[in-house]
Design a protein. Structure first.
Length: 115
């Protein structure tokens, strides 16, 4: 059984920062990619950033330049540093992992950017 635990969401003022974390656990999991997606009201889920086991990183267009994803470490943990947040960044942020050819999603953590 694979579990994903996300943390770090909350309320922040415009221009502020948040750091999201995702920890994957389970017996004998072999994570190859950990990603963050977000779902904004009325829009499709979109990639924010991903980190691969080989050190490769990808960033979605909407937050590129304002987010940094950490390396995928041996503890199956990845963090997402989000800076200069805007009200339009308010969304549910989800962690997704690829492990042995299977995709797993976390429950999500809410980020609200508001004055």
């Amino acid at each position: 059984q694979v579990q994903l635990v996300e943390s770090g969401g909350g309320l922040v003022q415009p221009g502020g920062s948040l750091r999201l974390s995702c920890v994957a656990s389970g017996s004998d999991i072999s994570v190859t990619v950990m990603s963050w997606y977000r779902l904004r009201p009325g829009q499709e889920r979109e990639l924010v950033a991903s980190a691969g086991l080989l050190g490769n990183k990808n960033y979605g267009r909407s937050m590129k330049g304002r987010v940094t994803i950490s390396e995928l470490d041996g503890e199956n943990t990845v963090s997402l540093q989000m800076d200069n947040l805007k009200p339009e960044d308010s969304a549910m942020y989800y962690c997704k992992i690829s492990a042995r050819g299977t995709i797993y999603w976390g429950q999500g953590t809410q980020v609200t950017v508001s004055a």
